[in-house]
Design a protein around this ligand. Structure first.
Ligand code: HEC
Ligand code: HEC
Ligand code: HEC
Length: 408
């Protein structure tokens, strides 16, 4: 096991608890915290792990992840194991208040007792930090916690993980990680109007101005064309020949999946690529026909592509393995949602650096030298060439993203 985010957390066991807890449980718990990516939301500053303070945009306003160090006044110092377990599996805080589902308890509810126990043992050993956080910064009426009772009634089932006896242990392990601790669906499954999971599982969703793509086994818009090795490479190093993780996925790789064991990564790959958690009718759709070559946007876009893009992405869209992503047969390029594509061309992108790939090349920004129409055309060309097929991009969509990026 690597250290969490490059820092070795001081082991300061609390009397009583530590006496009854094996060192191994604590180390296991540290790994559980990595699988659950608790740091993504509860750590701002790597020197003060789990001291809270990460602001999260929700459809209702801002929530700030609280301090979960064992500090007695501003953290979980007065909580016991049962309090913690209720937070993780029922979304209820000490004293009975309802947590907002920005804390991914709708996924963590699948955690088994041993994992919750070891995670708690580990959190007891984290250095206590005094850092008072006001988690609830939502506007009225969402600021009323009891509103959550209604939400839970509609959207949340307290569940335990049931292995599927028809599937291998490995696929069941993958299911436990993807559906539970890894909470992949919180970003990759479309939300309903109340922020609960709605729509087709893993079919892709917009989150904080990024698009978390389709991760179903569909070969055109999902990851069905990827091998297990390519999927593991993406989660472990932050990229493969189809592209690099940016935005929220870069954080996920950086804090979490790059530190997962290879066995766990392959379990995830096998589970996702097998489609075991899905109905085939959810993802097994025929790809659309590409737009014809004489479509005006495609023609205009091809000139821009050969002029501005082909030097890196190559004339046939094949890219350069490990350096420039392959745009041909790339699910992100074929996806219905163009948020990330437009964003990458407007703003450029620097991929995540991982232990396995410390430096990576960058995609330049074209916001200053291509107008909305030109960007729409070049992307329409890319989305309808070399085996790709997807609806045209409009100049209006590019203008909207330009506006959104200005607000960042
Ligand atoms: C996507 C962001 C996110 C992740 C990941 C996350 N949390 Fe949270 N967590 C939150 C937010 C936001 C709250 C506050 C919710 C509220 O006050 O209603 C919270 C609340 C909590 C609470 C209740 C604390 C209190 O004072 O009420 C505990 C305990 C907790 N989280 C533990 C964890 C653990 C352990 C993990 C990793 C397994 C984790 N969280 C992962 C966002 C997150
Ligand atoms: C905090 C939100 C978030 C979480 C949690 C998350 N993802 Fe992602 N994921 C994204 C975003 C956003 C992208 C798009 C990144 C980009 O465009 O560079 C992405 C991209 C991906 C891709 C690349 C798909 C493609 O077509 O390029 C894969 C594969 C993936 N995620 C798998 C996972 C798995 C497996 C998990 C759970 C272990 C997970 N993600 C958890 C937000 C998330
Ligand atoms: C100087 C080299 C270079 C040029 C020129 C360039 N790109 Fe890129 N492009 C990259 C790199 C490197 C990445 C990966 C960056 C990342 O994902 O963070 C990338 C990523 C992308 C992606 C995202 C692919 C994915 O799956 O994540 C798209 C789409 C893209 N480029 C389109 C274009 C278009 C359209 C043009 C021309 C207008 C262009 N690029 C010009 C280097 C370049």
């Amino acid at each position: 096991m690597k250290t969490l985010m490059g820092v070795t957390l001081a082991l300061v066991p609390l009397a009583g608890w530590a006496a009854s807890t094996e060192y191994q449980d604590i180390e296991r718990g540290r790994y559980i915290s990595v699988l659950g990516d608790c740091a993504a939301c509860h750590t701002v500053n790597d020197d003060q792990p789990f001291a809270g303070g990460v602001p999260l945009e929700t459809p209702f306003g801002t929530l700030v992840a609280p301090n979960i160090t064992p500090d007695a006044t501003t953290g979980l110092g007065r909580w016991d194991y049962e309090d913690f377990k209720a937070a993780m599996t029922e979304g209820v805080g000490k004293g009975g208040y309802h947590l907002y589902p920005a804390m991914p308890y709708p996924s963590y509810t699948l955690m088994n007792e041993e994992d919750i126990h070891d995670l708690w043992s580990f959190l007891q050993t984290v250095t206590p930090v005094e850092n008072a956080i006001e988690a609830n910064q939502l506007p009225f009426p969402f600021s009323i916690r009891s509103v959550m009772m209604g939400w839970n009634w509609l959207n949340f089932d307290e569940r335990s993980f049931e292995p599927d006896p028809e599937q291998s242990d490995e696929i069941n392990r993958g299911a436990y990680l993807v559906e539970g601790l890894g909470h992949c669906g919180t970003c990759h499954t479309p939300r309903n109007f109340m922020g609960g999971a709605g729509g087709d599982k893993f079919a892709g969703a917009t989150i904080e101005g990024w698009y978390a793509p389709d991760i179903t086994p569909n070969a055109h818009v999902g990851i069905g064309g990827w091998s297990e090795d390519e999927l593991v490479e993406y989660l472990q190093t932050g990229g493969n020949r189809y592209g690099f993780a940016s935005g929220p996925m870069a954080d996920e790789v950086h804090h979490s999946s790059q530190h997962w064991t290879e066995d766990d990564l392959y379990a995830v790959a096998r589970y996702l690529l097998s489609g075991a958690g899905l109905e085939s009718s959810d993802w097994d759709h025929a790809p659309p026909e590409p737009l014809p070559e004489d479509n005006p946007q495609v023609t205009a876009g091809s000139h821009i592509y050969f002029d501005r893009c082909s030097g890196c992405h190559t004339p046939n869209g094949g890219g350069e393995e490990g350096i420039f992503p392959q745009l041909a047969s790339n699910p992100l390029v074929n996806g219905d949602n163009t948020t990330s594509l437009i964003r990458v061309v407007l703003a450029g992108s620097r991929p995540v650096a991982t232990d396995a790939k410390p430096t990576a090349p960058a995609m330049p920004s074209f916001a200053w030298n291509l107008n909305d129409e030109e960007i729409a055309s070049v992307l329409t060309f890319v989305r309808n060439s070399w085996g790709n097929a997807a609806p045209a991009v409009s100049a209006g969509e590019v203008a909207d993203m330009r506006e959104e990026l200005r607000g960042d």
